[in-house]
Design a protein around this ligand. Structure first.
Ligand code: PEP
Ligand code: MG
Length: 583
């Protein structure tokens, strides 16, 4: 029977395929002995997995409140029972005993206790108890998954046209999806500006996040349609539904073909103002898409993706090879590399042990703070970058800058790395690459004049700027309705930063997701931005919008918008400007 689930459409397009459920606890369990002196560590590892499991269930519990009353109540009871089992229950006590008394690893201990409990349930031969047994299995599977989270099978074994369905997908998981095999994905958790969503858009995979009640309702092998625009997941569609979506997919393709003719046309408004449209990339494979869409360079390479899905840090040569390859493919168009911006929803195994929970907090050890705390990491990136800069134009962008001192310290390290390289006999470019700052922290925006004195360029990161200004987690679907880049406070910070850059005569671009949406183009242009960077596939749509726009009219409209105090009115003024064709 056809079923429909609703969520947030985070990556456009229609995907057809077969469900692949990313199961909890699907990793293979091997049993091994834990030496006596490491038993304490193993118990700590178990504790962490239990805590992660409790956090996940608490999140699901919160989300279940969005469901209709009866379903919310039923799911609530079930999740409460799961939570209870994760605190000092027979299951947990048994696992701890297996580890401390029998000296085996935590995963195997979970499996032993699960077998024991299942055996005792079987002997009772009671339907109610049998249903409780399945709960114990689910809880045990969750603990195991959290224990061996690092070894989760990636998506390499998938058949073509798979649609991934999961409770949660990290940006690193998404980076492993091969668009030749995966036709889309959906998850219960995740917000529209999360890096998982951004990765979906980068790979052109239709995606829906924040879809309550998804897991458990879909089985591997079900036929799925993902509508990444409407935020809909259709399970086992009827013939009529399939027909409707095939027609929509066809229209979507026709629109892309229509826009492709703009590829080599410069983005010049009706009144002759030229705008530069560059691409944001995460993975080197995206470079074909960058060139196919006529990008005028890469405005943001999120270098942190090179640190994900691996146990060790990437070496200088690993990084140099990637940067050199991209510079060569760009044939003279600039490459802007952002130094490591691990933190928040993007984590790397190789750094978790050093920084612990702080790395996962959006207010913790992330971006340039982390690089200055571990100068060895920054030095390796700089070495690779300076060596690559010999092959073509390159700019270095620092993430999460908060103070003038962040930039000063980062620049000092850049100079010292350059002289080390020269001492080692490397020939470097005559001038060191320009060093710029992401303006994505409200404090940095307000200090833009001072920062402009120490930077060679700015790039506004409106994704984080919106998140921090409005205290709204961009990756949390529950507050997605509060995440609003049209909030007057966000717009004032963008305007102030832009004016500071113009006053101090340094180039400024905007590389947050609003650059990719033609809805915002008039406002950004009106605020004085002439350089946008976005996921490559969006360039033609934004270009089409700019070509029909009058910059003078956009500026007037932006002036009116900046007098407003209410984002609903701002949205209306903006949409009305587009609908009436710029007047
Ligand atoms: C931003 O914050 O707007 C940005 C471009 O960086 P990221 O999305 O990678 O945080
Ligand atoms: Mg950012």
């Amino acid at each position: 029977m056809e079923q429909i689930f609703e969520g947030l459409g985070v990556s456009s397009g229609i995907g057809f395929g077969i469900a692949h459920i990313r199961e909890s606890g699907s990793c293979e369990i091997t049993e091994y002995c834990i030496p006596k002196q490491h038993i304490g560590d193993e118990l700590v590892r178990l504790d962490k997995a239990l805590e992660a499991s409790r956090d996940q269930i608490a999140k699901l519990r919160q989300k279940s409140k969005d469901l209709p009353e009866a379903a919310a109540e039923e799911l609530g009871f079930l999740l409460d029972a799961h939570l209870h089992m994760l605190k000092g229950s027979r299951l947990v006590r048994g696992i701890e005993r297996e580890i401390s008394e029998n000296g085996i690893n935590a995963e195997a201990a979970v499996q032993h206790v699960l077998n024991e409990i299942s055996e005792s349930f079987k002997q009772l031969d009671d339907a109610y108890i049998a249903s409780r047994e399945s709960d114990v299995h689910q809880v045990a599977a969750r603990i195991i998954r959290n224990l061996c989270e690092d070894d989760q099978a990636p998506f390499s074994e998938l058949a073509e046209n798979s649609i991934i369905i999961a409770e949660e997908l990290t940006p690193a998981d998404t980076a492993l999806m091969d668009p030749k095999k995966v036709s889309g994905f959906a998850a219960v958790l995740g917000g529209p500006e999360s890096h998982t969503a951004i990765m979906g858009r980068a790979l052109n995979l239709p995606a829906v996040l924040g879809a309550t009640n998804l897991v458990g309702s879909i089985n591997t092998g079900d036929h799925i349609i993902i509508d990444g625009d409407a935020g809909r997941i259709v399970v086992n569609p009827t013939e009529a539904t399939k027909h409707h979506y095939l027609k929509r997919a066809q229209e979507y393709l026709e629109r892309i073909t229509q826009l492709a003719v703009l590829k080599d046309r410069p983005a010049i408004t009706c009144d002759g103002v030229q705008v530069t449209l560059k691409a944001n990339i995460e993975l080197p494979v995206e470079i074909d898409n960058v060139l196919d869409n006529g990008a005028e360079g890469v405005g943001l390479l999120r270098s942190e993706f090179m640190y994900m899905n691996r146990d060790t840090l990437p070496s200088e040569d690993d990084q140099y090879d990637v940067f050199k390859h991209l510079i060569e493919r760009l044939e003279g168009k600039p490459l802007t590399v952002r130094t490591l911006d691990i933190g928040g929803d993007k984590t790397a195994k190789s750094l978790i042990d050093d920084f612990g929970d702080s790395i996962c907090s959006p207010l913790g050890m992330r971006g340039i703070r982390l690089s200055l705390n571990r100068p060895d990491i920054l030095e390796t990136q700089y070495r690779a970058l300076l060596r690559a800069a010999v092959h073509g134009p390159l700019q270095i962008l620092l993430p999460m800058v908060t103070t003038v001192n962040d930039v000063r310290q980062a620049r000092r390290i850049l100079h010292s790395v350059a002289s080390q390289l020269r001492d080692e006999g490397y020939e470097l470019a005559d001038y060191l690459p320009p060093l710029g700052a992401m303006i994505e922290v409200p404090g940095a925006a307000l200090a833009a004049d001072a920062l402009a004195q120490v930077c060679e360029f700015f790039a506004i990161g409106s994704n984080d700027l919106t998140m921090y200004t409005l205290a709204t987690d961009r990756a949390d679907e529950q507050v997605a309705h509060l995440y609003d880049p049209l909030h007057p406070a966000v717009l004032r910070l963008i305007q102030f930063t832009t004016q500071a850059a113009l006053r101090n005569r340094i180039p400024i671009s905007l590389c947050g997701e609003i650059a990719a949406n033609p809805r915002y183009s008039a406002l950004l242009l009106g605020l004085g931005i002439r350089d946008f960077s976005m996921s490559a596939s969006n360039i033609p749509k934004v270009k089409e919008r700019l070509l029909e726009m009058e910059c003078a009219a956009a500026t007037k409209r932006a002036d009116i918008i900046m007098e407003q105090t209410d984002s609903t009115r701002i949205a209306m003024l903006l949409d009305d400007f587009s609908d009436r064709g710029n007047v």
